[in-house]
Ligand binder design. Sequence first.
Ligand code: EPU
Length: 336
Amino acid sequence: MILNNVSLRPFNTFGIDVMAKALTQVTTEDELREVLEHNRKTTDDLLILGGGSNILFTRNMNGLVLVNQLGGISIVREDTDSVTIRAGAGVVWHELVMHCVVLGWGGIENLSLIPGRVGAAPMQNIGAYGVELREVFTELEALHIYSGELRRFTNEDCQFGYRESVFKRNLHGQYIIISVTITLSKHPKLNISYGAIGEELEKMGVGRPALADVSRAVINIRKSKLPDPAVLGNAGSFFKNPTVSKDLADHIRQSHPDLPSYPANGGMKLAAGWLIEKCGWKGKVVGNTGSHRNQALVLVNYGHATGAEIFQLSEDIMHSVQDTFGVELEREVNVY
Ligand code: EPU
């Protein structure tokens, strides 16, 4: 069913109140094919939405908004050591994580509580606490929007990078992800090297952590640092952590010895949250928006912000970080 003139407020975690000229929610592959068939002429204006957790709307959408709710979790292969599972693109990511943690399948526990749906996970190669999706990713199925052809993408085909994939670059806007297949371990090697996880496990009084403990630790850390979009509109980290030359990192460290940095791609990766905080933005409220008091990298909507207001704040922050440190920030959130 296609609805006309619908507010997109419930469909984006920033809670921005823009209108969609038309909106449809699809729950099966057949429904999806039918919608694409009927709207082939207008697919230029098509916007695919999952959980709307990585998007900033700055204008009304004049085409069709298609909310991908394809469900289902099933086992593709299984042996004594590993299990390969396929999840529909519309499955809530955290529900998939919980499903796997309960069954003792390891590999995505560090990605607990990331907002959004399964289909968005490979688009930006979601990552947290030392783990990225690409480490467990096997393949995905996607429909070509214009031809309706079904295509499988292997891990290599997806060209994963830090918060990057081919779907954000060369193939942007061309495919709709239908399902994602991942392979998990039945004897998981837990990844607790990320500092905050060790500290949290200690706080929890857990000496020899099991899979569920790591997931719980990640959930506790996220809840303490990151605002719940159901309470305060936001889209997680608004910017990527930038990689700069070693020279620039050394130069900044001369006046700021506490600069968090680590080697990456031949340069040094810096913490955008730290840079933004040092420029005085952390916890600052600007009209209906601001940078969150516990994590400067997260921009929030205090209730009635427009997308343009949040975008303007992001521009001001980018200029300020550029002027102060000579570092160019890049948005992680998709702006429409
Ligand atoms: N920091 C500050 N001030 C701040 C925020 C951070 O000084 O306001 C410093 C911290 O003290 C720490 C460093 O920056 O030294 C890194 O902070 P944190 O561990 O909180 O992680 P992050 O780099 O800010 C990234 C991801 C998050 C992910 C966490 C944990 C990006 C853009 N963000 O944040 O992902 O949850 O690591 O792995 O890579 C997201 O993508 O939406 C997201 C929330």
